[in-house]
Design a protein around this ligand. Structure first.
Ligand code: FE2
Length: 386
């Protein structure tokens, strides 16, 4: 029996060329925008200039902050929040991948709320609540992956403690997201593969660890994973395959949207375990997931046998869910190890302790489906991923 609440206030514009509507949509949100972008690819391809020009031509002033890297830091977000305040920006536009979109949401808090954005992290018992004062956000994803364009969550890293966690609030849903799959055509094969694995993990975790078998949600989840399983190899082999790119773009949005795990009431743990890897070693989140996914699946396989078999059959047409997943990772070139990612093996225990401190809510373990994972369990998962 399923019980849930569902709230999805974002308006989406989806389709090739829709980015040209950014200006018309922006003027509904305010008269002065902070545009947040990544390190250089959007500028190099001329997309940044095109979007700025488009927004300005609709009569909206644009102030730019460029250079957001992977795993956006709370210190940077606080600084840019101050900048947005000084510049009297009325809303934020995030143009980029997951880090940029998450940074845009963090800045929307930092520019309007007292203290550091890190004080709003949900993991800690004394966190502050985000209010409706947060600046409105428009997201324009240029990578299909995190799904930040369709949810009320931002993932932020703390450069001092290496912790990485999230802020979730109804006030962080983008008002408007423009998903133009044409913007993702130039994403490299390696990044396409890593972010595609992230899409699968967003739904695989609640799917495998579900407490209920609410079939509407189970089948929707299987469909999303099947779409990614079919389309990711095509997009990796040929970046210009628009059909594959648009299927991945919408799957990414759905997989991390309020639809995620609806009514399944299970707690996954893979993202929590990965966050400490990217928090400590600044590797890409998707790359960390590629390295950890097989070892996480194998470690939990004793408890998940039936669900893994169903997953294998429904997504890959094979009873051997883990074997099929490993073959697929190899096919898309996403079969990485933590050593490949430059992670130091000596850090396993520290990362495991941090995972529990950040996500354990005061307990000595974190939930993972019907069981709990303790420090030794998480160390084993890390060790097996080398
Ligand atoms: Fe993710």
């Amino acid at each position: 029996m399923a019980e849930f609440q569902f709230f999805w206030p974002t308006r989406f514009l989806f389709g090739r060329g829709e980015v040209e509507k950014a200006g018309g949509e922006a003027k509904k949100l305010g008269r002065r925008a902070l545009l947040v972008a990544g390190r250089s690819s959007m500028r190099r391809m001329g997309i940044l200039d095109r979007v700025m020009e488009n927004v300005r031509s609709s009569g909206v002033d644009v102030v730019l902050h460029e250079g957001v890297g992977p795993n956006p830091r709370s210190g940077l977000i606080d600084e840019v929040g101050e900048f947005a305040k000084r510049e009297r920006c009325e809303f934020v536009i995030g143009l980029g991948g997951g880090s940029v979109m998450d940074a845009a949401k963090g800045i929307a808090i930092a520019a309007t709320h007292p203290g550091s954005v890190w004080e709003y992290i949900n993991s800690f018992s004394e966190f502050s609540e985000v209010t409706g004062a947060a600046l409105p956000v428009m997201e324009i994803p240029t990578v299909a992956g995190t799904g930040s364009e369709g949810n009320g969550t931002t993932v932020i890293s703390n450069e001092k403690t290496h912790e990485k966690s999230f802020i979730k609030s109804d006030f962080l849903f983008p008002r408007i997201s423009i998903i133009d799959p044409g913007l993702t055509l130039s994403v490299t094969p390696g990044m396409t593969a890593e972010t595609g694995v992230d899409i699968v993990c967003h739904v695989l975790e609640p799917y495998l660890t579900r407490g209920t078998g609410f079939s509407a949600s189970v089948r929707i989840t299987e469909a999303i994973m099947r779409v990614v399983a079919e389309n990711l190899p095509a997009a990796v082999a040929d970046g210009d395959n628009y059909g594959a790119r648009e299927s991945l773009a919408w799957s990414a949005t759905l997989a991390c949207s309020p639809l995620r795990g609806l009514g399944l009431s299970g707690a996954g743990s893979l993202h929590h375990i990965e966050h400490m890897v990217s928090g400590w070693f600044d590797v890409s989140h998707g790359g960390g997931l590629c390295a950890l996914l097989p070892s996480w699946l194998k470690y939990l396989s004793g408890d998940l046998r039936e669900k893994l078999e169903q997953f294998g059959l429904e997504v890959f047409g094979s009873r051997d869910g883990i074997g099929a997943m490993e073959d697929w990772l190899r096919k898309v070139g996403a079969d990485r190890t933590l050593a490949d990612m430059g992670v130091d093996r000596k850090a396993c225990r520290q990362m495991a302790l941090d995972t529990i401190r950040v996500y354990g809510r005061g307990e000595k373990s974190i939930p993972s489906g019907s069981r709990r994972l303790f420090v030794e369990d998480i160390v084993n998962i890390y060790e097996d991923a080398f």
